[in-house]
Design a protein around this ligand. Structure first.
Ligand SMILES: CC(C)(COP(=O)(O)OP(=O)(O)OC[C@H]1O[C@@H](n2cnc3c(N)ncnc32)[C@H](O)[C@@H]1OP(=O)(O)O)[C@@H](O)C(=O)NCCC(=O)NCCS
Length: 182
């Protein structure tokens, strides 16, 4: 499976809706609120909103991971940090569609995103991750993430890990690992 990170486009409507439904059904807090009915009703508007996203004054570049013409994951690069993102969220966030997990999708998405972050002018990126999220920890560390801090944000929540990836050392993109086929 060859993976490409692309800007949101209407041609992926069917598999994006399917993937977003899988993510919503999984119950992750940042997906449960997604209004799939509205997205299906006006997919063009959804694409447009992803292409011009500026939340709380922080612009973001949203990218979709496409393999075999199908949406398999999503990744966002925030162009800057604010206080909230410094605590949780960082510069880059990602999800792999549940039925495509464990095949190297997130590792490859992040690998391809780093040179893009560099072209946005970032010289290092912050990634935050729960201490219990072994998969994401692996994804970040495989991409050169250096653990800089671990903090308790609330007593009833997992510890939060803070990673930094230095982009000044970024090589031009070449494939470091091939994703495995379904
Ligand atoms: C975290 C997430 C993005 C990983 O996506 P993925 O495409 O399955 O990740 P990959 O296949 O690239 O890599 C996962 C790594 O974790 C390893 N892994 C898989 N299951 C694991 C487990 N239970 N414990 C430890 N490591 C595990 C894999 O072996 C792989 O490491 P490897 O490359 O050394 O073999 C995905 O699980 C997800 O979308 N989770 C929900 C959203 C989320 O947590 N986003 C990140 C927020 S920080």
């Amino acid at each position: 499976m060859k993976l490409a990170l692309v800007r949101p486009q209407e041609r992926y409507r069917e598999s994006v809706v399917r993937g977003l439904r899988e993510l919503r059904d999984e119950g992750l807090p940042w997906h449960v609120a997604v209004d799939l009915t509205a997205i299906e009703r006006d997919f063009a508007a959804f694409v447009a909103s992803k292409l011009a996203d500026v939340k709380r004054d922080i612009p973001a570049t949203h990218l979709w991971a496409i393999a075999d013409d199908e949406f398999v994951g999503r990744l966002s690069i925030r162009h800057a940090l604010n206080d909230a993102l410094r605590i949780e969220g960082g510069h880059i966030g990602y999800d792999t569609v549940p039925s495509f997990r464990g095949r190297g999708v997130a590792t490859e998405m992040l690998r391809q995103a780093l040179p893009i972050a560099r072209t946005l002018g970032l010289t290092s990126v912050l990634l935050t991750c729960d201490d219990t999220n072994a998969r994401s920890i692996r994804v970040i560390e495989r991409n050169g993430g250096v653990l800089t801090a671990t903090k308790e944000l609330a007593p009833n929540r997992p510890l939060k890990r803070y990673y930094e990836i230095d982009l000044t050392q970024q090589e031009p993109p070449t494939s470091s690992r091939s994703t495995t086929s379904p």
